[in-house]
Design a protein. Structure first.
Length: 411
């Protein structure tokens, strides 16, 4: 399949939101993957409610951000509204310059190890994975179907959050439970945020002036959702999220690792249903459960005012992070770099400082003045003497999705 255009529309469809970016791949590639090729970015939120909101920024024309509020009934209406905004800037979906639409798809199971051009069989397979990703895949499927209806002639590419982790060895991916039961229900560790882990581990190698095959990197994707990965020579060998995004690090609203018996206890002793426990662990735990806030800025502000609950929440968050740095150092054997990324990782200097504090014996340290620098560029924050490079590497999942989709359709 050879594309004639050079633009890719990236769609990230959630249950009640659609995030989108239109990128020009000739620009992004010549600019080494910087933001130079971004033509428009935007977001539709609260789809299905009375007060839906569309925020559109036409970067290509340098125009002002446009915000519209009012009911947007469903994903089809949302995408049509996005298409109208793009058309108003001369960037409509009917443009021959559009080479592909790249869709973020959360769960690709074991089958999808690469970005994949979507056809009926691929859609069916993504649907077959709904039982293991009930919150995410249905929204992704709706986004794909809607985009296909608008541009049936255009290649649509699914880029899977799980794909980068499919290289995990069986001993890292398999839970130590009865094999027949696990296999019957496709229960294993899949991992998520793979697009980000792939992008950031590659960028970290570039920051060190090395090829990805030459370096071992621990990537800490710390956003509202958070995950760690161990990447050896460009391949993921372990990651902290599992069958679902619930496992691993303490997150904004998710508990991360807990004793699974907590769930039986909540069912038997507290009388909670499976759905109630699911909501507790996914939506009411983590930082918000511990201290009532899930925004690291607010938590830091409260700590500065002497708030003990916020301080304990921060310490629990850091303790878990440190345990994963230690675990993945052991898994990798040799660590060349630790890379912090996503909302917290890129912005919260105190988190980076605390996570690495005391790890000098492992060759890891943070330089206070480098750590305090604010920048959108990948940068080192470790002192020169440190054996392991500690870096801040801003993630760019949309660019990665666009590049993967474009590479596929222009091959
Ligand atoms: P993400 O999911 O990657 O968009 O990250 C969102 C999270 O990043 C927010 O919930 C905040 O906790 C955190 N965050 C964003 N900006 C800052 C900042 N300037 N300082 C500390 N934390 C931040």
């Amino acid at each position: 399949m050879t594309a004639t255009g050079t633009r890719v529309l990236v769609l990230n469809s959630g249950s009640s939101s659609v995030k989108y970016q239109l990128l020009d791949m000739t620009d992004t590639q010549s600019a080494g993957g910087s933001a130079a090729g971004r033509l428009a970015v935007g977001l539709v939120e609260r789809i299905g409610e009375e007060n839906s909101r569309l925020v559109h920024t036409p970067l290509a024309t340098g125009g002002d951000k446009r915000e519209t509020e009012g009911p947007i009934a469903d994903h089809e209406a949302a995408l049509k509204a996005v298409a109208a905004e793009l058309s108003a800037d001369g960037l409509g979906l009917d443009s021959p310059q559009l080479a592909a639409i790249g869709h973020r798809v959360v769960h690709g199971g074991l089958k999808f190890t690469e970005p994949t051009v979507i056809n009926d069989a691929v859609l069916q397979e993504i649907e077959r994975l709904v039982p293991v990703a009930p919150l995410h895949n249905p929204a992704n499927i709706t986004g794909i179907r809607t985009a296909l209806a608008l541009r049936p002639d255009l290649p649509q590419v699914a880029v899977f959050d799980t794909a980068f982790h499919t290289t995990m060895p069986e001993y890292a991916a398999r839970y130590a439970i009865d094999v027949e039961t696990a296999d019957a229900h496709r229960i294993r560790r899949y991992g998520f945020h793979g697009t980000s882990h792939a992008y950031v581990s590659r960028k970290t190698a570039a920051l060190l002036g090395k090829d990805p095959s030459e370096v071992n990197v621990i990537v800490l994707h710390l956003g509202n959702g958070a995950s760690a990965s161990a990447v050896a020579g460009g391949r993921c060998v372990d990651t902290s999220m599992g069958l679902t995004p619930l496992e691993g690090l303490v997150m904004g609203t998710r508990s991360g690792d807990i004793d699974p018996a907590v769930t039986f206890h909540l069912g038997r002793v507290a009388g909670m249903s499976a759905d109630e426990i699911d909501t507790l662990l996914n939506k009411k735990s983590g930082l918000i459960g511990l201290c009532g806030d899930n925004d690291m800025r607010e938590i830091r502000r409260r700590i500065d005012e002497g708030d003990e609950r916020a301080a304990l929440a921060f310490d629990i968050y850091i303790h878990r992070l440190k345990k994963y740095i230690g675990a993945y150092s052991a898994v990798l054997g040799r660590v060349d770099a630790v890379a912090f990324t996503a909302g917290v990782g890129e912005n919260a200097a105190p988190v980076r400082e605390a996570a690495v504090a005391g790890l000098e014996e492992m060759g890891m340290a943070v330089d206070a003045s480098l750590n305090a620098v604010r920048s959108d560029e990948p940068r080192l924050i470790s002192p020169e003497y440190a054996r392991v490079a500690v870096a801040v590497v801003p993630t760019d999942e949309e660019l990665e999705i666009a590049q993967q989709a474009y590479a596929l359709v222009s091959a």
